[in-house]
Write a protein that binds this ligand. Sequence first.
Ligand code: NAD
Length: 358
Amino acid sequence: MKKTICLLPGDGIGPEIIAQGKLALEAVAKKFGHEFIFEEALLGGAAVDATGEPLPEATVDKCKAADAVYLGAVGGPKWDGLEPAKRAERGLLGIRKALGLFANLRPARLFPELAGACLLRSDIAARGLDLVIARELTGDIYFGAPRGMEKRNGKRVGFNTMIYDEDEIRRIARVAFKTAMGRKKRVCSVEKSNVLETSRLWRDIAIQTRMEFPEVSLEHMYVDNAAMQLVRDPSQFDVILTGNLFGDILSDEAAAITGSLGMLPSASLGESGPGLFEPIHGSAPDIAGKDMANPLGTILSGAMLLRLGFDMPAEAETVENAVRDALASGFRTGDIMEDGKTLVSCSAMGREVAARIK
Ligand code: NAD
């Protein structure tokens, strides 16, 4: 199969980790007889430096013309002082919007080889952690109007609007149920319907949408309880369906308890058009340029690109198995290093994985 992938290396460790992700995809193409054409475009600080804008038009055009977008990370102290519209992170929000990406899928998985890094008590970790958070990405309190800051009765007030319409909820719910169909067929819808009208509508639409997926079970949980259950017993979850704000917080919590920020991939999907695949961590300016970053979250994002972007499940599994095999062989980057293991650089880890794909 012939596919075009637009690389957005971005800033900090972005170029280093994307180089390793590309190596893995090249190995997949060779093994399975595909032709992957790689384009590259500027995003974030790198784009600001070259063009004055964090998301140049040329980048949007290249991404829209591709079959998938593969992103490293953006941002860093160099661009923190810029006015909000020029900040590197604006590039990321902008490209998500330009591609109409409304669904963010973040698996949080504890690799048995890395159980020692898990922040949970060992008896809880032993039950396992393998869940996916399906977070709505374009609505909710982050984008709702009215919003602002103004003076009322001599005091400053800040306000935002939490708002969802039923179509917005239905389309992310469908993504969650579809994802569950390929897993343990369990969805937990997380909201705060004891307090919020938005959440009452959310629950209603989740129940309605479930009728389209009769094999999948649906339970409901208030977000405060979900935050607690994630640390008490994350093994109870398969797919968590939630809105933008709650998903933002819960997905970081789920990632943090695995103890390996550098290991976790993500996918952002739209109704049609290319999806965007990226590791969940940032540009790690503290280790940028030192060939020290963990490229596995990026490589596993490549596996999501193959499975969800190109419908290539066997290819995706090959990449995931190669990552597990590299870990089982004892190779570790600094962030996941343990006694008795072999410390390797970012590029050496990339080579170990690519060699196992071949
Ligand atoms: P970060 O994720 O970049 O780094 C947090 C810590 O984790 C650092 O100590 C870093 O060295 C380490 N780390 C992160 N990824 C790693 C990897 N692959 N291998 C080894 N160690 C890794 O978060 P931060 O420090 O809060 O943010 C740095 C910059 O990244 C900021 O400008 C922020 O805005 C940006 N950011 C970008 C994204 C994105 O592009 N999606 C996401 C989060 C933060």
